[in-house]
Ligand binder design. Structure first.
Ligand code: HEC
Ligand SMILES: [Cu+2]
Length: 417
């Protein structure tokens, strides 16, 4: 077979490859704005990361075109044109050309410098809240657990009342749905209680590792209110791939309201029928937080699904809810979960004081509705293989639930707005 046959096959292969690449690129436009796409940044940190990515791409593409072009030129120009060429002697060999070699080294160094300078600038920029914005920044601590996230709001340890009416300090934590003020820099301290996790919100910032015995942090800012997806980005065990979370960015006023609602103890549904819209008493706290930068411009936002979850369902069944609360203690759920105001103070699993007001459960994996909640409580191991609730709860404590038990628990948990 002659070389020219190979070269015509080769050019057909090139054509096909170009067609495939083109189709991928075009169809790519459909997933470029998916919920975990870094090509659709919603804040300055993610934007700086994307700019850097593009710069690196362009430099690499330039190198690819130059090197590929020279290669293609040589292949075409010096190819064997017929039978005679195939048996020709190779051309005279030399030891290279100093001018070409030095310019290639120079060009490589230049390309590296073009990439390195903005990379270093980007590393410093994303490391911490810029000095001029420090005063306005909001602090949150995120802790990784196999396989869920806990978020603490250390600035919000306001006074509240304990069940007997005495005043007490009530810090609160939420699980798997991080609510932040939009338009404001947020500094997130990153911790872990077990193995290394990595904190990543593709549209806002990341990835930074959560390391045992090491205090890492990152910062981010959501340009406007929104609902974002996050993900653990470091393999951390068998259910790592479903260790997710959500970020809900709210305007200042709505954020204040949310913090207030979280400070309040668990909502009660009285025996007679529909309960209060929200918890019974507002926590005592001051409202200095947002005074300086307050603006009403963020108060309208597209978070309707999340907002709808904040108010109680219609047709709640007080008897089932009360039964669910009993079972929560009787079945040892309370040994791992805190529900403030109902007397449950477990710390192994996520706090559930306001779990009914969340859009997701099981670390962003399941939608928080009756069916999915039932599915989780019924067999957590089928949803998330090896999870602590199953291994250290259902197996170790021998938790058995009848269909009525599960129904009552679902009613109780959904009432916790
Ligand atoms: C051994 C401790 C333990 C026990 C006992 C336990 N859980 Fe859990 N629970 C956990 C852990 C840990 C998670 C987080 C699992 C994950 O996402 O990986 C969890 C998650 C949940 C969630 C989802 C929370 C979220 O933020 O997404 C609900 C709801 C829940 N548990 C309800 C219950 C109920 C009801 C019972 C009793 C029948 C119970 N748990 C018993 C440890 C426990
Ligand atoms: Cu993880």
């Amino acid at each position: 077979m002659s070389l020219s046959k190979y070269s015509s096959r080769f050019s057909r292969f090139l054509g096909a490859a170009a067609a495939v690449a083109g189709t991928l690129l075009l169809s790519g436009c459909y997933w470029f704005d998916g919920p975990q796409s870094t090509f659709d940044p919603n804040g300055p940190v993610a934007r700086s990361q994307m700019d850097l990515f593009y710069l690196t791409c362009w430099v690499s593409l330039f190198i690819f075109v130059v090197v590929g072009g020279v290669l293609a030129y040589a292949m075409v120009k010096f190819r064997a044109r017929g039978e005679a060429d195939e048996h020709a002697e190779p051309p005279e060999q030399s030891h290279g050309n100093p001018l070409v070699e030095i310019s290639l080294i120079g060009a490589s160094v230049l390309a590296l410098v073009i990439i390195a300078v903005p990379t270093l600038a980007g590393i410093w920029y994303s490391f911490d809240v810029p000095a001029e914005n420090k005063a306005d920044s909001y602090g949150i601590t995120a802790t990784g657990y196999q396989w869920w996230f806990k978020f603490d709001y250390p600035g919000e340890t306001a006074q509240t009342l304990d069940p007997t009416g005495k005043s007490m300090n009530a810090p609160f934590s939420v699980a798997n749905e991080l609510v932040i003020p939009s338009g404001r820099p947020v500094r997130i301290n990153l911790r872990t209680v077990d193995v290394i996790h990595s904190f990543w919100i593709p549209k806002l910032a990341g990835k930074v590792d959560m390391m045992p015995n090491r205090a890492n942090h990152l910062w981010l800012r959501a340009d406007q209110p929104g609902y974002f997806w996050g993900q653990c980005a470091e393999f951390c065990g068998e259910s790592h791939a479903v260790m997710r979370f959500r970020v809900i960015a709210l305007g200042p006023k709505e954020f204040n309201d949310w913090v207030n609602a979280q400070m309040a103890p668990a909502r009660k549904v009285p025996a007679g029928g529909a309960g209060d819209a929200k918890a019974q008493f507002a926590a005592y706290r001051s409202f200095h937080r947002n005074e300086a930068g307050y603006t009403g411009k963020f108060d309208v936002s597209p978070l309707d699904a999340w907002r709808a979850k904040q108010s109680p369902e219609t047709g709640e069944d007080p008897a089932k809810i009360a039964r669910g609360r009993e079972l929560f203690a009787a079945k040892t759920c309370s040994s791992c979960h805190t529900i403030r105001g109902d007397g449950f103070i477990g710390v192994v699993g996520p706090e559930l004081t306001h779990v009914g007001a969340r859009t997701t459960i099981a670390a962003g994996l399941l939608e928080n509705d009756r069916d999915e909640l039932h599915r989780w409580i019924h067999a957590p191991n089928e949803v998330k293989p090896g999870n602590t609730m199953w291994v250290a709860g259902y197996l170790a404590n021998n938790i058995k639930l009848t269909p009525e038990d599960e129904d009552a628990l679902v009613n109780y948990l959904q009432s916790l707005k």
